[in-house]
Design a binder for this molecule. Structure first.
Ligand code: MN
Length: 317
C-alpha cells in the first residue's frame, strides 16, 4: 500500500541527516533519483548523502559534480527506485535493509520492506514519481537537479522509445530541458558512447546468439571468460540486454550475464503479449512488464533457461 503525496512530503520535510540508498548494479534512474533528492535536501540546508553498494560506472560521473560526501550519522533513510531490500546489495542490505524509513518507487513488484512506501507503478521511471513530488513541494529545480531527473527519465524509458514513455514522461522531459537539462549531451553519454571493450564483447556475444520457439525467443549469453578476454565490465553490457528483442519476430530477449562473484543474472525484454515481470517472478525475480530480471546459480543457468523457454512456449499458446 502506498502512502499519499501529502504524507511523503511531510516525511521529506521533517527528515534530517538523510542517507539515500540506490540499488546495486546502478542505472540512470536510481542514481538520478538519489542525486536529485540529495541536492534538494541540501538546498533546504539539510545534510544528505547518496550511496550505492557497487562501484558507480564512470559514465555517471557528471551527476555527482559538486556533490562531495558529508560527514554525519544518518537519522532518516530513504531508498529510491529500490523494489526489494535485497537489491541494495549484501553490504547495504545488512547495514540498512530493515531500517529504511521511506521508499520512493515505481515497481509494481515492490516487496514493501520500508516503513513507508510511496509507489506509483504507472510511472515509467522513479524520476518521474520524484519530479511530481518536487513540484508538489514547490522545490526550486536547478539545472543540476533537472539533469539528474532527465537522466533517470530518459534511461528508464530507453530514450523515450519504450511503451512506458507516456505523454506525461515527454511533457516532464520538456519541462526538465527548459529547467536546464542538456538533453542532447545526456543522450549521447547514456545511449551512444561506449568503450571499445564493449564492442568487442558485443561481437563475441552476437556470435553466440541462439534462437528458440521459431525465432520468438532470442538468447544471448555473456560469460566471465568473455569479459576477461575483451576487458569489458559487466555494467557495460546493459545495452546488450535491450538489443536482444530488436531481432525481427522476437517476442522475448533473454540475456544471461555471468556475475564476477559467480552465478548468472537473467535480463528479459519482451514485446506484447509476454509479461517479463510475471516470467521472472516464477524464478524468484521481478521487474516490469517489458523489462525484468532474475538470478540463476552457477551451473544451473542452462537448466533454468530451458524451464523459462518452456514457460514462454506455454504463454504463447
Ligand atoms: Mn527505475
Amino acid at each position: 500500500m502506498s502512502i499519499d503525496t501529502k504524507r511523503v512530503i511531510e516525511l521529506l520535510n521533517g527528515a534530517e541527516d538523510v542517507l539515500i540508498l540506490t540499488h546495486k548494479n546502478p542505472d540512470g534512474d536510481t542514481l538520478g533519483c538519489g542525486v536529485s533528492l540529495c541536492r534538494v535536501l541540501r538546498a533546504q540546508g539539510k545534510r544528505a548523502n547518496v550511496i550505492n553498494g557497487d562501484i558507480i560506472p564512470k559514465k555517471y560521473d557528471y551527476l555527482f559534480e559538486n556533490l562531495e560526501p558529508q560527514d554525519f550519522n544518518p537519522k532518516f533513510i530513504v531508498a529510491v527506485d529500490v523494489a526489494d531490500n535485497k537489491l541494495l546489495g549484501d553490504k547495504l542490505n545488512e547495514l540498512y535493509g530493515d531500517k529504511v524509513d521511506l521508499c520512493i518507487d515505481h515497481h509494481g513488484t515492490n516487496v514493501e520492506y520500508a516503513k513507508e512506501l510511496y509507489l506509483n507503478a504507472n510511472d515509467g521511471a522513479a524520476s518521474l514519481t520524484l519530479y511530481r513530488i518536487f513540484k508538489e513541494m514547490g522545490v526550486d529545480i536547478t539545472p543540476d537537479i533537472a539533469t539528474a531527473l532527465y537522466t533517470g527519465l530518459s534511461t528508464d524509458t530507453g530514450c523515450f522509445r519504450y511503451s512506458n514513455a507516456s505523454s506525461e514522461a515527454y511533457r516532464v522531459a520538456a519541462d526538465l530541458i527548459d529547467l536546464g537539462a542538456d538533453n542532447a549531451n545526456i543522450n549521447v553519454l547514456m545511449f551512444e558512447t561506449k568503450p571499445i571493450e564493449y564492442f568487442n564483447l558485443l561481437a563475441e556475444t552476437l556470435n553466440g546468439m541462439r534462437t528458440f520457439c521459431d525465432g520468438k525467443v532470442i538468447v544471448l549469453k555473456v560469460t566471465k571468460e568473455m569479459f576477461e578476454r575483451t576487458g569489458a565490465t559487466p555494467d557495460q553490457c546493459d545495452a546488450i540486454a535491450a538489443m536482444s528483442r530488436q531481432v525481427e519476430g522476437a517476442l522475448c530477449g533473454i540475456t544471461m550475464k555471468e556475475k564476477p562473484q559467480g552465478g548468472f543474472k537473467f535480463s528479459l525484454r519482451t514485446h506484447d503479449p509476454l509479461d517479463a515481470a510475471k516470467i521472472c517472478a516464477t524464478f524468484g525475480g521481478g521487474g516490469h512488464i517489458r523489462a525484468a530480471g532474475c538470478d540463476a546459480p552457477s551451473d544451473e543457468e542452462e537448466e533454468i533457461l530451458s524451464k523459462m523457454i518452456a514457460l514462454i512456449e506455454t504463454e504463447l499458446k
